[in-house]
Design a protein around this ligand. Structure first.
Ligand code: TYD
Ligand code: MG
Length: 465
């Protein structure tokens, strides 16, 4: 039988260690190991004395119809969940402290309850009075949400089991919940894991949809994080840059829906407002265009989304040139710079380069390459791009522009927002959109389209700076 002695657990990755050390061997995190109560001894099935009961195996096909989803009425939230919450499922909503998770969940529950559903909100972080105050500010006080303030999982479960099963239960946050069965402090991985497991089991047994709210730690993980993600059916992240009022809800795992869907909200004085037309929001007021900005016609999930990509290329000071990205992948920028150098003859690699996606959005689509390249070329050549032009297309290492999926949808959105020209990969067709299409086959052609004479661009930047 395995000895029950490993009681030092890394809070970042969950690895168990026999003794404390400053650094976790498994994930290299520093200062993440915490002493927890010794786990119950486990052997393998053959060694354990209790014999299991056999159960019947069944056919994949079912006569039952698909369960009716629980629609909260907050459209952006429902869409990211895949069309509402599935009965008996567990959903984890993660995000930085203060991003607005409690606000979002309270609004969703209030909307659900107002439409006749039964909703329970258990706050482990805030006292009842604080939650009421917040609800009052958001003008939701009259919504029939059942409110509780508790942190002990046993208390929560017996409260829930005492009354009729609610449609949706939210626990805010999972890090504050603890079980008396464990000695470990609340918030440790063992506590978070046990409490989540109990709540997931409650959801499966009763058919209630359970929402768990989880804080993300500084380095981007939900604390006690990976330990919970595999337990739940769906994981949503609520993101937003500090200083921006936009908030993006993004599905990263969903057993019952797509994972590339986003919901866009705006934080107002009265809670979160849904943003029906995010493109207009992310483009902001583009009254003037300066060199270094290009509009990317993107797709997020099922929706087209236009965003502005901003680049600044400056003569490098001393030593290694600086590269900084916001809302964009640093590796991808390095690749585009290398291709622009090798195939476009720009001589950009010795410059400092800054790339920013406006509005605090994160762009992960390869189709954004062309817009980023256009912004970079525009900046180094000091040539502003035309205000009414959008870009999309992927750049390959050979410098060719590759097609992007759903071109028609991107073009239609651009036309709707008043753009007249689209710079696109070869063989892009859009019969309905009514935009002027300028096809570009490689980065060399992009450089001459923007009008920066190759090779001289770098020199010009040097002279001007
Ligand atoms: P909150 O939902 O408490 O964040 P979380 O649960 O993710 O920690 O949101 C807190 C922030 O939202 C706080 O900084 C204030 C802001 N806020 C508004 O701007 N307007 C509002 O109506 C509400 C309720 C919060
Ligand atoms: Mg909160």
């Amino acid at each position: 039988m395995a000895r029950a002695q490993a009681s030092f657990v890394c809070q970042a990755c969950g690895a168990a260690h026999a003794k404390w050390s400053g650094r976790c061997d498994a994930c290299d995190a520093w200062n993440s190991i915490v002493e927890e109560g010794a786990p119950a001894p486990v052997g393998n099935g053959a060694q354990r004395r209790v014999k299991g009961r056999p159960f019947a195996l069944e056919h994949l096909k079912t006569e039952d119809e698909e369960p009716r989803r629980r629609i909260t009425g907050i459209g952006e939230f429902d869409r990211v969940c895949g069309g509402g919450l599935v009965p008996g499922s567990a959903l984890l909503v993660g995000g930085d402290p203060g991003v607005g998770k409690s606000t979002l969940i309270l609004q969703a529950l209030a909307a659900y309850a107002k439409a006749g559903g039964s909703a329970v909100y258990i706050s482990g972080e805030e006292a009842m009075a604080q939650v009421r105050l917040r609800a009052g500010r958001m003008e939701l006080s009259d919504a029939p949400v059942a409110l509780g303030s508790a942190t002990c999982i046993e208390d929560i479960l017996s409260t829930l089991e005492k009354s009729k099963t609610p449609g949706i239960v939210a626990i805010d946050s999972i890090q504050t919940i603890w079980t008396s069965a464990l000695e470990a402090a609340p918030g440790t991985i063992a506590q978070v894991r046990t409490a989540s497991f109990d709540l997931v089991r409650y959801a499966k047994a009763t058919g209630a949809a359970v929402i768990l709210v989880g804080h993300v730690t500084k380095d981007g993980q939900i604390a006690g994080p990976k330990a919970v993600e595999h337990l739940v059916d769906a994981v949503l992240y609520f993101e937003g840059e500090r200083g921006h009022q936009f908030r993006v809800l993004r599905a990263v795992k969903n057993r019952f829906g797509p994972t590339d869907e986003i919901g866009v909200f705006e934080m107002t004085g009265k809670g979160l407002a849904e943003v029906a037309n995010p493109s207009a929001l992310f483009l902001g007021d583009r009254a003037s265009t300066s060199p270094g900005t290009a509009v990317f016609a993107g797709i997020e999930g099922t929706r087209p989304l236009l965003v502005e990509i901003q680049a600044l290329v400056a003569e490098a000071g001393y030593g290694t040139p600086r590269r900084a990205v916001v809302g964009w992948d640093a590796g991808r920028l390095a690749m585009i710079l290398a291709v622009l150098d090798a195939r476009g003859g720009l001589g950009i690699s010795t410059h400092d380069v800054y790339l920013n996606v406006a509005g605090g959005l994160k762009v992960g689509e390869p189709a954004a390459d062309l817009a980023a390249a256009a912004a970079l070329i525009s900046s180094i050549g000091d040539r502003a791009l035309s205000r009414d032009t959008v870009f999309f297309g992927e750049i390959s290492l050979s410098g060719d522009i590759r097609p992007a999926p759903q071109a028609e949808l991107r073009l239609k959105e651009a036309a709707k927002l008043g753009f007249s020209t689209a710079v696109v990969p070869p063989e892009t067709r859009a019969d309905a959109a009514g935009l002027f299409l300028r096809t570009i086959k490689d980065v060399g052609e992009l450089v001459s389209f923007i009008g920066v004479p190759a090779r001289s661009a770098a020199r010009r930047a040097r002279i001007e700076s």
